[in-house]
Design a binder for this molecule. Structure first.
Ligand code: NAD
Length: 341
């Protein structure tokens, strides 16, 4: 079948640069690229857990413009997956300058160097946070972009810059907007996405602290390998200068998520709903038709994905997966899950 994502081999690209390849999504991407026999340049300030002679880890900070330029000119990648960022929206509320320097300045450094190195294509990882509080369901790429956290504002700024560089420099760039990504390999302490947080509370025999109304708050949870598949499709045939959602296209309530975790763990969770925190009770579901038109199909159901997540926790941590230790923050006055810590 034409446009079938199973056939994606990235045959046009030999050397691929992955920024943020030591992180959660970047790590899964690098795993996949290894199976495709690619030569991978991995820029991250943290050492990757993946060990392979196909991977050349360069310990560097993307905020260092000259160093990034030197690396790019030396290795001349054909394709860049720009994944590195501060992925913690709460940090962007308390320390917006940290978020801005990593996500906006860092991205500009990558794009500038990519232009000089004559890269064939860049897949820029943005975020569904660019939409802000959803107004229309499901959320297509045309939905108003009105972010409400500085993290989303930074991600939107980078998308706008990417399109401007596409028009002015001819930078061959396409952006992807993941919804709520989950799966094995997340930084358990730092994650803000509900599946890992809830599963770790539950396996530790704690109550699950749901922020907002468990029956009205919804999210689009997408398994990490589906996001990687979406990124490969954009590397192969995404339209340059544009943005694409990647999600499951399925709306899940927090109660349904807890039920999926119950099923995977074999025990029933107690929900501790914090309904007074209303700012997080909104619906979120992506319209994924644009990416589907290129052949994308989400392949992992929530039930299967949560099974894999819980199995990975059990394998790595037994009955004591690390609990999240970053607070969910909605505005400087409203702290969610870790409010007593
Ligand atoms: N996880 C999600 O649900 C989600 C949703 C939407 C978008 N995203 C985006 O996906 C990307 C990956 O997110 P993730 O969840 O894998 O996060 P992560 O924190 O696990 O990975 C980010 C990686 O980037 C590296 N990094 C950060 N700043 C850097 C810098 N200045 N220089 C060098 N390396 C740096 C980190 O060391 C880390 O390895 C990010 O751009 C994030 O904004 C994530």
């Amino acid at each position: 079948m034409k446009n079938d994502d199973r056939e994606i081999m990235l045959g046009k690209y030999e050397t691929i640069l992955v920024t943020g390849g030591s992180g959660f999504i970047g790590g899964h991407l690098v795993d996949k690229l290894i199976t495709l026999n690619k030569k991978i340049i991995l820029i991250d300030r943290v050492e990757p857990t993946i060990k392979s002679n196909q991977v050349n880890w360069i310990k560097e900070d993307i905020r260092k413009k000259v160093r990034i330029h030197d690396i790019m000119m030396k290795h001349k990648p054909n394709l860049i997956f720009h994944v590195a960022a501060n992925a913690n929206g709460s940090l962007s509320v308390t320390q917006p300058e940290v978020d801005f320097s990593n996500n906006v300045i860092g991205s500009t450094n990558i794009f500038y160097a990519a232009r000089d190195a004559k890269v064939k294509r860049i897949v820029n990882v943005s975020s569904a946070s660019v939409y802000g509080i959803p107004q229309i369901f499901p959320i297509s790429e045309e939905h108003p972009r009105d972010p409400f956290v500085p993290y989303g504002a930074g991600k939107r700024a980078v998308e706008i810059l990417a399109t401007a560089y596409y028009h002015t420099w001819g930078l061959p760039i396409v952006s992807i907007r993941p919804f709520c990504v989950y799966g094995p390999g997340e930084n358990m302490k730092a994650t803000l996405v509900e599946p890992s947080r809830y599963a770790s509370w539950h396996i530790n025999n704690g109550k699950i602290p749901v922020i907002g109304d468990p029956d009205r708050k919804t999210r689009d949870f997408v398994y990490v390998d589906d996001v990687v598949r979406g990124m490969l499709i954009l590397a192969e045939r995404g339209k340059l200068g544009e943005q694409y959602n990647v999600g499951s296209g399925t709306e899940t309530t927090m109660r349904q998520l807890v039920e999926a975790i119950d099923k995977a763990t074999g025990k029933t969770a107690t929900i501790e709903a914090n309904r007074e925190i209303t700012e997080d009770t909104y619906r979120l579901v992506g319209d994924i038709e644009k990416l589907k038109s290129l052949g994308y199909r989400p392949q992992t159901s929530l039930e299967d994905g949560i099974q894999k997540l819980v199995q990975s926790f059990r394998k790595m941590y037994g009955d004591k997966p690390p609990l999240p230790n970053v607070p969910t923050i909605f505005n400087s006055a409203q702290i969610g899950e870790m409010r007593n810590k």
